[in-house]
Structure formats: structure tokens, C-alpha cells
Design a binder for this molecule. Structure first.
Ligand SMILES: Nc1ncnc2c1ncn2[C@@H]1O[C@H](COP(=O)(O)OP(=O)(O)OP(=O)(O)O)[C@@H](O)[C@H]1O
Ligand code: SF4
Ligand SMILES: [Mg+2]
Length: 386
């Protein structure tokens, strides 16, 4: 991910000298995650859910995070607000910096000031953030009071306005509802309304529109973009929908088995994926105009256990590209863990990155083309990753 803009250069000779003698200021992104490691103590041992994730997001930019179910997207997102339940969760290492502040060592009260004001999160499960014992008005009112010191009728009016904007009919009367009186989709929209109300500097959106119909989904995505254009917020957008990635994101981080395996600009990712997993992911998404029974490439096999991950490349078992390599190179994939390294403006964790014209094999499955190697239920319609 590209870094934040640097300040203007000082004028005059002294400035010229400074420029020559001083090392360039490091680019500092609004959010920087560096080698994050998070584990869960389970009956079978330590499960390394996030195992060395690094990524950055600048103000005004959107980083999409994609990857199969269980690869560590939500745990990474929850770590930013220190919301991983402990026990069983444990921070094992790494750093998270928000505007230069080390989040992981921040005293609780200071963290409380950042949560919901500077950083807001839309959770995958709305009930994670809605309090069942308070009305919608009370919960939205608290956001407005803390963030803008807004109370009484002006706060009520603003809350109702935001509820209508996220597609909730009869918004004024909905303000007095408790979460259990709302449908799943409505709860999700209330949570989105609360996150947007606070006009955060960083919005973390974890599958924000999964339970919503396509019209409402389009409205919400539009709202997030609008808020971002007005406030210059950074957005971390987790999704399974590669179509939404193309629409919303500037950069994409592809996660696999607790790690980022590729990160690049959205156009580069779509036009020239360098990691075989990214390529497989993109090719398993049906394109416009493609008939349903047309075969699509699938990624065979299952994600390795995070209790005892393989010592080499975690994707090796499933890698279609590896099968085409020579014996020595195939062995290297299994023996040596590929580091995430810079490559032509992006980053990739593969010993033998794709050059561009390689494609995964197409094996026509019975019926529709998508397959889900992890779950037996198959992917939700219109998505490409799970
Ligand atoms: N509270 C917990 N206790 C034990 N393991 C957990 C806990 N929460 C998450 N995990 C494990 O951590 C790993 C990463 O989970 P995470 O929720 O981040 O996946 P995800 O990428 O968000 O998946 P999905 O796309 O299904 O939301 C998974 O193996 C999951 O089972
Ligand atoms: S390192 Fe080897 S196994 Fe891993 S993605 Fe690259 S080619 Fe495939
Ligand atoms: Mg998740």
C-alpha cells in the first residue's frame, strides 16, 4: 500500500541543503499493521489465526481484504480495536499504529477515546456492537454525544436522518426499538448508520453488506464512498465479493492461512495477479455474460491447519502453478517459506510469481462452476471467494 503524502518541502537554500543531507522522511500511513500475530488457545494447542500480517492504509484510501473463510480477516480487523476475546485469544507479536500511535500498548482509557470516534467498525455480526438492553436512539445518541457533543432534538433528528439514509423506513419510530425487535438486515443497517454517524478517520467494514439485498447494498456502498470523499477517511474493507472489491477499493490484500500473500493496486491485482492463489480466486468468479453451466477454474484442496502450519509455502498443497515447475523448484515450495517481498509496485509471497499468461486448469464440475473447498454449503450467490 502506498504511504501518506509528505509535507511541503521547505523553501530556499537551507531547504535544498536539508534535502541533500537529511534522509527522506519515512512515509507514514494512517493505519500501519506490522507483522501482526494473534493466536487462540484451543484444546488442540495454539491456533495461529493471524501469523505475520502486514499492511497499511492511507487517509482517503480503501484497502480491500479478501481470502477464504477462516484465513484471519476478522481477527486482523478486531485486533485493530483490541477486540479479540482474551482468553482464548492472545496477541503474540507485531505492531498496529494508528496515526503513529501504538494501539497495542495504549492504556484502556485512551483506547476508549479512539474507539467509535476516530476508528469505527462495522462488524460481520451486528450483535457484536449493538447493546441488547438499549434502544436504537440511546445507542445512536451516545455516538453523537461523544463525537459531536450533540444531544436532545438535534441528535434525534440526525439519528433519524441517518437511519433513513441507510434505507430504514419510518425512521423516527424505529429509534425507540430495541435491537431484538429488528430483523437481521435492519440491525446491520443500524450498525452501519452508527459507524457512519461518527465520521471516523478509519472505518473498518467487515463484510458490511452481506445480509442486505442488492439495492440496499449499493446504497450502503455509495454512502461509505460519500462519507470517505467528505471526510478523507481511510477504509479497511473486508469482503468475499470480488465485484465489490473492484468497485470500492484502491488496493487489495489477499490473505491465505493467516497471512497476506499478495498486496497490490486494484487494477494490478485484476490485470496481473502474481500469486497463484490470487489468480485462482479471480478466475473462479463468473464474469458478466458467462453462462451458468460454463466451467470455471476451482482451487482444489483445503486450507492447511493453523495449529501446525506447513514449514514451506502454505499454499503448496493446492498450488496449480507448482505442479508445472521442475522437481527442484517444487521441493523449494515445500521446504522454504516464501517471504512477502516487493515486486513491481506490489508485494507477493511466492518463490515463483506468475508472469502473466499462466492460467489454472479448468475442470468442468457438475452444475455451476464455483466450488468451495472449505465448507460443504457452497458459496453465497454472487460471491467469488468463499
Ligand atoms: N474466539 C475464537 N476461538 C478460537 N478460534 C478462533 C476464534 N475466533 C476466530 N478463531 C479462528 O481464527 C481463524 C481466523 O478466523 P477469522 O474469523 O479471522 O476468519 P475470517 O477470514 O474472518 O473468515 P470468514 O470469511 O468466515 O469471516 C479461524 O481458524 C477461526 O476458527
Ligand atoms: S511458493 Fe510455490 S507453492 Fe507457493 S504459491 Fe508460489 S509456486 Fe505455489
Ligand atoms: Mg470474518
Amino acid at each position: 500500500m502506498t504511504g501518506g503524502g509528505r509535507g511541503p518541502a521547505p523553501a530556499g537554500d537551507a531547504a535544498a541543503e536539508n534535502t541533500l543531507t537529511r534522509p527522506p522522511e519515512p512515509d507514514v500511513a494512517l493505519l500501519e499493521i506490522d507483522n501482526l500475530q494473534v493466536g487462540f488457545d484451543t484444546e488442540d494447542g495454539l491456533l495461529r489465526a493471524v501469523d505475520g500480517v502486514s499492511c497499511q492504509v492511507d487517509g482517503g484510501r480503501t484497502l480491500g481484504v479478501v481470502g477464504e473463510s477462516g484465513c484471519g480477516k476478522s481477527v486482523t480487523a478486531s485486533s485493530i480495536l483490541r477486540l479479540v476475546p482474551s482468553p482464548p485469544g492472545r496477541m503474540l507479536g507485531g505492531e498496529i499504529r494508528f496515526d503513529g500511535t501504538d494501539i497495542l500498548s495504549l492504556p484502556r482509557e485512551e483506547l476508549g477515546r479512539i474507539r467509535g470516534r476516530e476508528i469505527a467498525m462495522i462488524f460481520q455480526d451486528p450483535m457484536t456492537s449493538l447493546n441488547p438492553v438499549f434502544t436504537v436512539e440511546k445507542q445512536m445518541g451516545e455516538v453523537l454525544r461523544l463525537r459531536f457533543d450533540l444531544t436532545g432534538e438535534p441528535a434525534r433528528a440526525r439519528a433519524a436522518e441517518m437511519l433513513s439514509t441507510v434505507g430504514i423506513a419510518d425512521a423516527r419510530s424505529r429509534l425507540s426499538s430495541y435491537p431484538h425487535e429488528l430483523s437481521g438486515g435492519m440491525k446491520q443497517r443500524v450498525m452501519i448508520a452508527m459507524a457512519l454517524l461518527s465520521e471516523p478517520r478509519l472505518l473498518i467494514a467487515d463484510e458490511p453488506t452481506t445480509a442486505l439485498d442488492v439495492t440496499i447494498q449499493a446504497q450502503i456502498l455509495h454512502l461509505i464512498r460519500e462519507m470517505q470523499a467528505e471526510t478523507g477517511a481511510a477504509v479497511l474493507f473486508i469482503t468475499h465479493d470480488m465485484g465489490v472489491v473492484a468497485e470500492m477499493c484502491d488496493e487489495v490484500a489477499v490473505m491465505y492461512a493467516g497471512r497476506v500473500v499478495e498486496q497490490a493496486g486494484v487494477i494490478e491485482i485484476y490485470e496481473r495477479p502474481r500469486h497463484p492463489y490470487t489468480k485462482g480466486l479471480l478466475m473462479s468468479v463468473p464474469r458478466k455474460g458467462q453462462t451458468k453451466d460454463r466451467a470455471l477454474p476451482t482451487i482444489e484442496g483445503v486450507v492447511p491447519s493453523l495449529l501446525e502450519p506447513p514449514k514451506g509455502c502454505r499454499f503448496a498443497d493446492r498450488c496449480w502453478h507448482r505442479k508445472r515447475l521442475g522437481e527442484a523448484d517444487r521441493a523449494r515450495c515445500v521446504d522454504e517459506d516464501p517471504a512477502l517481498r516487493s515486486l513491481e509496485g506490489g508485494r507477493v509471497a511466492c518463490h515463483f510469481p506468475l508472469k502473466g499468461d499462466e492460467t489454472p486448469p479448468v475442470e468442468p464440475p457438475p452444475g455451476a462452476g464455483l466450488s468451495d473447498p472449505v465448507t460443504s454449503d457452497g458459496p453465497p450467490p454472487g460471491t467469488g471467494v468463499e
